[in-house]
Design a binder for this molecule. Structure first.
Ligand code: FES
Ligand code: FE2
Length: 391
């Protein structure tokens, strides 16, 4: 793609990025330019997001058949739809096959076909072209040179896991289950029914930051004593352990997960977890853009949407093990739980935005890693550098 062609300066950024691949004791972090320069953002678009799998939305947001939600990542317009025809969730390019008009502007629930507002070509919710009015002249809806079967919507390669809709826009990545086999196996015990209520168990935050800094901050527990004093009062730094899986994912374990709510209520645990989960929580980032947490009584996902090189939206959804937890009886406990997580994510905003400001420093060499505390961050930088440099 021509607009992704690196500028002349781009090659010097690249050589600094190689330093992220050194042993952690010698490695430097990803250089500043990859957090602030538009050219680097475009390179990421191609080498990480377009060619790999990334999260774009929650299947639960499309509760009713006919629900459609437009999403745009790196200027690529798509929409997610749950079709009335077969109840399946699909993702399509948000563009009409006639003259390229964008089809869906707002989330809505469609009663029937997807109709382009320009010349009224229509598409079934499963993507097939079903109408081309006046195509062959007034009153003639066909033309011998045009085969409608070839003019369905462009479908984007999609995979749904843990209620999250992932896409691979160029269609060539290895299968999702192969790319992420290691985390799927690690957490297979949580392959159970998930229940969420969209009002009480989801929230959204906007940050002036590059997407990578939100990832990096989530990966480590090092900042806990200073940034999350509340959390640190019952789940201390020393109760954490790094999760390290070079080439795949990283994060942290807390061995002191013990939820106590002011309502005195408890959520029902997921089934058959085993005693190791009695007081354990695991928190990882599925690279590039999905923050995840699992505990015995609830899970959460946080999709980081890179709006620009210096702006992101985080969308969080919390899931429970039993539909009864969505009853009125648990409402205030659910709200309290959502507020607890919201507070934690909000406490992180000033450091994530502060690092973004720091990335504009004229002299900064990518930083140094604590060889003990920053290993999960180094896993991410190593993964990132290999993708960008195609090693
Ligand atoms: S652009 Fe959609 S019908 Fe013409
Ligand atoms: Fe934090």
């Amino acid at each position: 793609m021509n607009d992704n062609k690196p500028s002349k300066n781009y090659n010097s950024y690249k050589s600094q990025l190689e330093l992220a691949l050194l042993d952690i004791e010698k490695a430097k972090g990803i250089p500043n330019e990859y957090y602030v320069e538009e050219v680097c953002f475009k390179v990421e678009q191609e080498k990480i997001f377009n060619t790999g799998w990334f999260a774009i939305g929650f299947a639960n947001d499309l509760g009713q058949p006919g629900s459609v939600i437009p999403v745009t990542y790196f200027n690529n317009p798509m929409f997610i739809i749950r079709s009335k025809e077969d109840n399946k969730v699909r993702v399509f390019q948000n563009v009409c096959r006639h003259r390229g008009m964008k089809l869906i502007d707002e989330p809505t629930v469609l009663k029937g076909a997807i109709r382009c507002r320009y010349h009224s070509w229509c598409y079934q919710q499963t993507g097939e072209n079903c109408a081309t009015p006046h195509l062959g002249g007034p009153g003639i809806n066909f033309h011998k040179s045009i085969d409608k079967k070839e003019l369905g919507l462009f479908e984007v390669r999609t995979h749904i896991w843990r209620g999250v809709v992932f896409v691979n826009p160029n269609g060539n990545a290895p299968k999702f289950e192969d790319v992420h086999s290691s985390i799927i196996k690690r957490w297979e015990i949580f392959d159970q029914e998930l229940h969420t209520d969209l009002l009480g168990s989801s929230f959204q935050l906007e940050l002036n930051s590059n997407w990578k800094l939100a990832v990096e901050n989530y990966l480590e527990a090092y900042h806990l004593p200073w940034v999350h004093p509340g959390l640190n009062s019952y789940s201390k730094l020393e109760d954490h352990e790094n999760i390290v899986n070079y080439g795949n994912y990283s994060g942290q374990i807390s061995y002191k997960y013990n939820p106590i709510f002011s309502t005195g209520k408890k959520f029902k645990d997921f089934k058959d977890l085993g005693s190791e989960w009695d007081s354990k929580g695991e928190y990882i980032v599925l690279f590039p853009n999905l923050i995840m947490g699992v505990q015995r009584d609830h899970l959460f996902n946080n999709i980081i949407e890179p709006v620009s090189s210096e702006k992101i939206i985080e969308r969080v959804q919390i899931y429970y093990s039993d539909i009864k937890i969505l009853d009125q009886e648990y409402q205030s406990t659910r709200l309290e739980n959502a507020q607890l997580w919201k507070t934690v994510f909000e406490e992180d905003i000033f450091v994530v935005e502060g690092m973004q400001k720091g990335r504009h420093a004229k002299y900064f060499d990518g930083g140094r890693f604590s060889p003990i505390m920053d290993v999960p961050t180094h896993v991410f930088h190593d993964w990132y550098a290999r993708k960008i440099l195609q090693y």
